[in-house]
Design a binder for this molecule. Structure first.
Ligand code: ZN
Length: 134
């Protein structure tokens, strides 16, 4: 599972060496070099011996990574925790149930959709944001 990075720790006006970034996020320095090499994290001062990354670039890079990881779900899809991706439920396994909680001013019933992953059979859960009659 990819790590989440708290980009608020980054001071945008300063620049960081890979070691400093590693320390900031408790990651290995190698991870940082991999970002530079494979994922095109921008570096400053290529003609110096030291690798430096500006705070702005670092933040932008991590925000972009995060956005790319986010999975958009279609109406009929679930996120399977085991497959780590958007999946559909097995035909006939889908059901809408009450969670027992109410939401909003009107105390509407909170509903969730349940089902079984069509790929691995794991239980799937998805909260429905609004109450629907159908
Ligand atoms: Zn699955």
């Amino acid at each position: 599972m990819p790590k989440r990075y708290n980009t608020r720790l980054i001071k945008q006006r300063r620049s960081y060496s890979p070691s400093q970034i590693a320390k900031l996020f408790s990651i290995d320095r190698k991870t940082c070099f991999r970002w530079i090499k494979d994922k095109e994290l921008k570096v400053l001062g290529l003609n110096t011996n030291q690798t430096l990354i500006s705070g702005v670039d670092l933040k932008e890079f991590l925000d972009k990574e995060k956005a790319e990881r986010k999975t958009k779900l279609e109406e009929n899809e679930f996120f399977c925790m085991k497959c780590h991706k958007a999946v559909r439920a097995k035909t006939g396994s889908e059901n809408i149930v009450k969670t027992g909680k109410t939401i909003g001013k009107d105390s509407k019933d909170q509903l969730k959709k349940i089902g079984l992953c069509e790929l691995c059979g794991t239980k799937l859960n998805k909260l429905l944001s609004v109450y629907r009659k159908d």
